[in-house]
Design a protein around this ligand. Structure first.
Ligand SMILES: CC(=O)SCCNC(=O)CCNC(=O)[C@H](O)C(C)(C)COP(=O)(O)OP(=O)(O)OC[C@H]1O[C@@H](n2cnc3c(N)ncnc32)[C@H](O)[C@@H]1OP(=O)(O)O
Ligand SMILES: CC(C)C(=O)C(=O)O
Length: 558
């Protein structure tokens, strides 16, 4: 049997069936183009009979997208098939996808038809679709809850009627991997016995799978079916779709690639898809953004944490050799940036690695000093620790004598229920020039206080006023503890006009005061680093050079 696994992407049809998702035409086109670049084999563009919007969506994608098959869904009736064809006909390679349910539950309660009637409807639908194109797919909806012998009868009848792809959906996410394997293997045997052995071997006739994730098994079931001989997988980007969603495309593709040693044909050839895996993350992010279905951080492959290492032991391993804790290369799926994330559980190796990657060379003694401060002052305070905070510790440890600023007093008046904006007055000291007072109005209390501090010290945020312009790259406030008396922790990251970034932290029972402390901390670090950082780097590097280096460990982490 062929070693190619065809990826049938149904993000724009079943994915769009996710409650709350509705894509407009330009969004469909944007996703369609991204799917072509990703390298999917078939794009199911919609269900044309369902609405004029869906019809137009399929028609437009059929016209615009090249180098990919475009499929459209149709119930097993002439009208649906005619309308589907009308929408599809300009496509380079159009596919009519017609379906009808085969389980007794659906027959009895939904279709109110006998098995014989459904068998005939399925056959007629495929024959009718074949009058428009030879590229016809048939789906036996709710196949996994259907009687196997009856299902086999339907499958053979639609194959004889001309279907090139026969899909065996797990419509309600009911099956389990072993059972699904057996079902697919059973149907293949039945098709072979009915004379389709050669067509299955050459791929002229394919069995397809379409799994839903109600029990969290959609990907496992799809892969199990592939092992049994299915050669088309229907899936969606990020696994979006009806209820708990469909099988996630990225998980299917990366499992086949990562475990190419396991997913093989009978003859030992590795199973392959045509996906350009480096496009997986950008496509995932596009789909998340346009559908509003955001990806959970721990989602495999495309979640923000999927390749992030925060705990010290793992970080040490990954720094020593990526393969200790990574089974895939993050760049192969389109991630960039560092895999090492500083946080509560980070250790000394990670701190050293981060500082080295920012050009700092530290002796063991200096690293210990930085690590102890990191442990004492930051680990339990910030949930995610951008690298700038680590560098801030170096400044606090070695350059604090060069810090020029101090807040003498600050006040903010803000009243709820008036049309007046909050106003802040601050008195600060720049030890190079003396005391300064400034007053500023802001959108909120923190904004007013930040503007007043900036103005007093000769900076500005935004376009208004004089002074050097600063960008507030990051600002956040967390509570340490619970209740209204909890201490507030504020973190800020500033960027100056030359692109130098510094972070600041402040803690106080009053969140505005915590903000002012954080801002002054960041400004002090900015001024001191501008003046003394180059010198400090050289001094610390010399101290480090005097030490014998540790043998053996070459950082391999990217
Ligand atoms: C498993 C899946 O994902 S299947 C795809 C599901 N997607 C959708 O349903 C989204 C788009 N659907 C729609 O816009 C609408 O349901 C439409 C336009 C298709 C049909 O709307 P309506 O004509 O109002 O029918 P309604 O949706 O209430 O009921 C479905 C009808 O189709 C029939 N039907 C359902 N599946 C099939 C089928 N595969 N083949 C033939 N008839 C079918 C039902 O028996 C029912 O018929 P009835 O009206 O004679 O009782
Ligand atoms: C129409 C079919 C393929 C479907 O979406 C399902 O059964 O879930």
């Amino acid at each position: 049997m062929i070693n190619r696994v065809y990826i049938f992407d149904t993000t724009l049809r079943d994915g769009e069936q996710s409650p709350g998702v509705s894509l407009n035409m330009s969004q469909k086109i944007e996703i369609g183009k991204a799917l072509v670049e990703l390298g999917v084999d078939v794009i199911e563009a919609g269900f044309p009979i369902s609405s004029p919007g869906d019809f137009e969506g399929v028609k437009t994608l059929a016209r615009e997208l090249k180098g990919v098959e475009i499929a459209a869904l149709a119930r097993a009736n002439r009208k649906d098939i005619e309308v589907a064809w009308e929408a599809l006909k300009e496509a380079e390679n159009p596919r009519i996808h017609t379906f009808i349910a085969t389980s007794d539950i659906h027959l009895q309660y939904k279709l109110r038809k006998s098995r014989e009637e459904v068998l005939e409807l399925a056959e007629e639908a495929v024959k009718f679709a074949c009058e428009f194109t030879s590229n016809v797919e048939f789906s036996a909806e709710d196949a996994t809850r259907s009687d196997w012998e009856y299902l086999a009868e339907v499958v053979i009848r639609v194959a004889r009627a001309g279907a090139k792809v026969i899909n065996i959906p797990d419509t309600v996410g009911y099956t389990v991997p072993q059972e699904y394997y057996e079902l697919i293997a059973f149907l293949i045997e039945k098709l072979k016995a009915a004379g389709f052995e050669e067509s299955l071997e050459t791929g002229e006739l394919q069995l397809s799978v379409h799994c839903h994730n109600d029990l969290g098994l959609a990907v496992a079931n799809s892969l199990s079916a592939v092992l049994a001989g299915a050669r088309q997988v229907e899936c969606t980007v990020n696994g979006i779709g009806e209820r708990a969603g469909n099988a996630a495309m990225e998980e299917i593709v990366m499992t086949l690639k990562t475990r190419a040693d396991f997913f093989r044909t009978r003859l030992g050839e590795a199973l392959e898809t045509g996906i350009n895996t480096r496009k997986i993350v950008p496509t995932s992010q596009l789909v998340a953004q346009l559908t509003g279905m955001y990806v959970q951080p721990n989602k495999a492959i495309v979640g923000a944490n999927a390749f992030a290492h925060e705990s010290g032991i793992h970080q040490h391993g990954v720094i020593a050799h990526r393969l200790t804790y990574e089974i895939m290369n993050r760049e192969d799926v389109g991630w960039s940036g560092s895999a090492i994330v500083l946080g509560k559980h980070s250790g000394r190796h990670a701190v050293d690695y981060k500082l080295r990657s920012r050009g700092w060379k530290l002796s063991k003694k200096a690293l210990s000093r930085i690590f102890e401060r990191f442990r004492a002052e930051i680990k339990d305070v910030l949930r995610r620790i951008p690298d700038e905070y680590l560098e801030g510790i170096i400044y606090d440890e070695f350059l604090s004598e060069a810090y020029p600023y101090r807040v003498i007093s600050a006040q903010v008046s803000s009243l709820y229920g008036t049309s007046l904006n909050p106003i802040s007055q601050v008195e600060v000291e720049d030890r190079r020039v003396g005391r300064r007072v400034a007053v500023a109005v802001g959108v909120g209390s923190v904004d007013a206080a930040f503007k007043a501090v900036a103005q007093a010290l000769g900076y500005r945020f935004g376009n208004e006023g004089d002074g050097e312009r600063l960008k507030l790259v990051d600002f956040h406030i967390d509570a340490l503890g619970k209740g209204t008396e909890a201490e507030g922790v504020c973190g800020v990251i500033l960027e100056d006009e030359a692109g130098r970034r510094t972070a600041g932290l402040g803690r106080d029972g009053d969140i505005v005061a915590a903000g002012i402390k954080a801002l002054i901390n960041a400004l002090n670090r900015l001024e001191a680093s501008r003046e003394k950082e180059s010198e400090l780097r050289v001094t610390l590097a010399k101290e480090a050079e005097g030490e014998p280096s540790e043998p053996g460990v070459q950082p391999m982490c990217r």
